[in-house]
Design a protein around this ligand. Structure first.
Ligand code: CP3
Length: 356
C-alpha cells in the first residue's frame, strides 16, 4: 500500500486527513485547568502560572491529566498564547484572580523593544514540554491520542500586547490599526514571524496538529477582519505548509459569524473551529462541504449539565456528525464545571456511532 493510503489509527488525525472513522473524535478547549483538582495541586507546587508553563515536567503532566480521566482524542500542549509576546521580550505577568498583565506596546517606537532573534531560545522549554508529552502519552498507552500544539493568531495576541490586559472590545488595538495601519502592519509582521518560529519549534518537537486561536476575531468589522485576521493567518498557513506540509491546521475565529465562511475558504486551514453562536444548519450548508468543522457546545451547557447539556450534545452530533467533524466546545471549559458533567459529555460522544 503506498504511504498516502496508510490507515491512520488516531481518530482526530484521521478525520483531519479526510479518512473515515466510525466514531467522532473529541477534545475540549481548556481541558487542562482549574476545574481539575489534580491541576490545582500541580499549579500550587509550581507557584505561578508562568512557572508552570516553563516547567516542562509539570506542564507535560497537566497536559496529560484530562486524558487520564476522560480519554479525549487529543491532548493540547499546556502553554498560553501570551508566551509569544513574552518570548519577544515584552513583560507578561499573570496576577491571581485578575488575568494577564503586559507592559503595553503603544507606538512605533515600542516596536524596537521586540526582539525576534531570541524567540526559539526563550520558548525552548515549551518545545521540551511537547516532546515530554509525546513520550508520556506513549508510555501511558494513550495511542489513540493526538498532541495539538497552538499559538494565538496575530490579531488576538496583539489585542493583549497593545491593551496590556483583557478587554471587552480591545479598542486600543483597533484604534491603532485604523489610525496608523502602516505601523500596525509592522507589529503584525513581527508577531507573524514569531508565531511561525514558535509553531515550527513545537512541530519539530512532536506536535502533530496545530490550532490557531483567534479569540477576538469578533471585535472587527468585515474590512478589518480581512486585513488583520485573514491576511496574517494566510501568511502563517503558507509558512507551515511549506516547512511542515503534513501537519493539519485548525483555525478558531471566535465570534466571526458569517465571516467564518471567508476565513474557512481563504486562510487555507484544514479545519475551522466554531463557537456556540454558529447555527448547526448554517455550518453544515456553508462550511462542511469544503472543510472539516470542530465545535461547538456552549461551555455554559457543560457547566449546567442535565437536559441543557444532553439535548444540545445530541443536536450537534445529529447535525454535524455525519461529515468530517471533531466535537469540541464553543470556547474553553469554565473553572466551576463539575467533573461529572465532563465525564457525561465524553461518554455520550464516545457512544455515538457515525451512520454510513
Ligand atoms: O487546556 C488547554 O486548553 C491548554 C492550555 C491553554 C491555556 N490558555 C492555559 C491557561 C490554552 C490553549 C490557552 C489559550 C489562551 N490563553 C487563549 C485563547 C483561548 C481563549 O480562551 O480564548 C487566550 C485568550 C489566553 C490568554 C489568557 N490566559 C487569559 C485571558 C487568561 C486568564 C483568564 C483565566 O481563565 O484565568 C489566561 C490564563 C490561563 N491560561 C489559565 C490557563 C489554565 C488559567 C491560569 C491559572 O491556572 O491560574
Amino acid at each position: 500500500m503506498p504511504p498516502m493510503m496508510e490507515k491512520i489509527h488516531k481518530p482526530l488525525l484521521a478525520v483531519l486527513k479526510k479518512q473515515e472513522t466510525n466514531r467522532i473524535p473529541f477534545w475540549f478547549m481548556r481541558q487542562a485547568g482549574r476545574y481539575l483538582p489534580e491541576y490545582l495541586e500541580v499549579r500550587k507546587q509550581a507557584g505561578s502560572f508562568l512557572n508552570l508553563v516553563y516547567d516542562s515536567q509539570r506542564a507535560a503532566e497537566v497536559t496529560v491529566q484530562p486524558i487520564r480521566r476522560f480519554g479525549m482524542d487529543a491532548a493540547i500542549l499546556f502553554s498560553d498564547i501570551l508566551i509569544v509576546p513574552h518570548a519577544l521580550g515584552q513583560d507578561v505577568r499573570f496576577e491571581a484572580g485578575e488575568g494577564p498583565r503586559l507592559d503595553p506596546i503603544t507606538s512605533d517606537k515600542d516596536l524596537l523593544k521586540l526582539n525576534l532573534d531570541d524567540v526559539e531560545n526563550k520558548a525552548s522549554s515549551v518545545f521540551e514540554t511537547v516532546s515530554l508529552t509525546r513520550q508520556k502519552l506513549k508510555s501511558e498507552g494513550f495511542d489513540h491520542c493526538t498532541l495539538i500544539g497552538f499559538c494565538g493568531s496575530p490579531w488576538t495576541v496583539i489585542c493583549y500586547m497593545v491593551e496590556g490586559k483583557g478587554s471587552k472590545d480591545f479598542a486600543a488595538a483597533r484604534l491603532w490599526a485604523l489610525s496608523n495601519s502602516a505601523s500596525f502592519q509592522k507589529l503584525v509582521d513581527i508577531v507573524v514571524e514569531a508565531s511561525c518560529r514558535y509553531l515550527s519549534g513545537q512541530i519539530n518537537a512532536g506536535a502533530e496538529v496545530i490550532q490557531l486561536f483567534e479569540s477576538w476575531a469578533g471585535v472587527l468589522d468585515a474590512a478589518e477582519f480581512e486585513k488583520w485576521v485573514i491576511a496574517p493567518t494566510q501568511k502563517i498557513v503558507k509558512y507551515l505548509r511549506t516547512h511542515h506540509p503534513d501537519i493539519p491546521l485548525i483555525g478558531f475565529p471566535r465570534g466571526a459569524g458569517v465571516l467564518t465562511k471567508d476565513y474557512a475558504s481563504q486562510t487555507g486551514v484544514d479545519c475551522v473551529a466554531l463557537d456556540q453562536m454558529v447555527p448547526l444548519a448554517w455550518a453544515k450548508e456553508n462550511l462542511q462541504h469544503d472543510i472539516t468543522v470542530q465545535g461547538n457546545l456552549d461551555p455554559v451547557r457543560l457547566l449546567c449539565g442535565g437536559e441543557a447539556l444532553e439535548h444540545q450534545t445530541h443536536e450537534i452530533l445529529g447535525g454535524l456528525g455525519t461529515s468530517p467533524f471533531i466535537f469540541n466546545l464553543g470556547h474553553g471549559v469554565i473553572k466551576e464545571t463539575p467533573i461529572a458533567h465532563v465525564e457525561k459529555l465524553s461518554n455520550i460522544i464516545r457512544a455515538y456511532k457515525v451512520s454510513a
